[in-house]
Ligand binder design. Sequence first.
Ligand code: 5GP
Ligand code: ZN
Length: 139
Amino acid sequence: MSEDCIFCAIVAGDIPARTVHETDDVLAFLDANPLAAGHTLVIPKGHAQHVGDLDAEASAALFEAVGDLTPRVQDVVDADAANVGINDGEAAGQEVPHVHVHIIPRFEGDGGSPIHAVAGAAPDLSDGELDDIAERIAG
Ligand code: 5GP
Ligand code: ZN
């Protein structure tokens, strides 16, 4: 638990939330400012800012819950699809520094965009640069 973390306070029960799923490791609740009906946040109960900070157990529990909840959320609001994503770090738009997966239901013709719309101007990378990036990520 981290002091001054809103989501840790929700886990502790100090701030109310519309909880939709809870296990020993994971909590899911409705976003207080929904981008669509059913907009749900899924979080590990333990405090961590970045998805890469989670240990294997916490990560597995988080993504198992995301997999279970995404179709359930869609069914409840009769959505056609969903965007599932994480703002990982301030430059990516993360405002609450506690890992959370957004499940945002989507509807045909809702005027929204695909997840590709979140980045800035697309870079023009050569084959060599792409090869180099892939090799370095692969390690
Ligand atoms: P971020 O930009 O960090 O990825 O998204 C944080 C999300 O948390 C926002 O969509 C915001 O509406 C939601 N949020 C912030 N504070 C609270 C809160 O106290 N309760 C709930 N349920 N959601 C919150
Ligand atoms: Zn926290």
